[in-house]
Design a protein around this ligand. Structure first.
Ligand SMILES: [Zn+2]
Length: 66
């Protein structure tokens, strides 16, 4: 079975990062806080390939528990 497709980059979502607060990225001098969220509310899930938010995605919707 194929994973869902990312609406931002159209690649399969093989890794979804749980990033409610974003991430810290080295800018050359110091770390700066980055976020994939495009709104005031945080986007908890981020596609690892493009680092864009997955607003309507939740891994549990695509998980079959054994
Ligand atoms: Zn993507």
């Amino acid at each position: 079975m194929n994973p869902p497709i990312c609406s931002s980059c159209n690649r399969p979502i093989t890794r979804a990062l749980d990033l409610p607060y974003g991430w810290w990225e080295w800018s050359g001098k110091r770390y700066e806080l980055r976020t994939a969220s495009q709104g005031v509310d945080v986007a908890p899930w981020v596609h690892a390939d493009c680092m864009n938010q997955l607003r309507d995605f939740h891994p549990a919707d695509h998980t079959i528990l054994a």
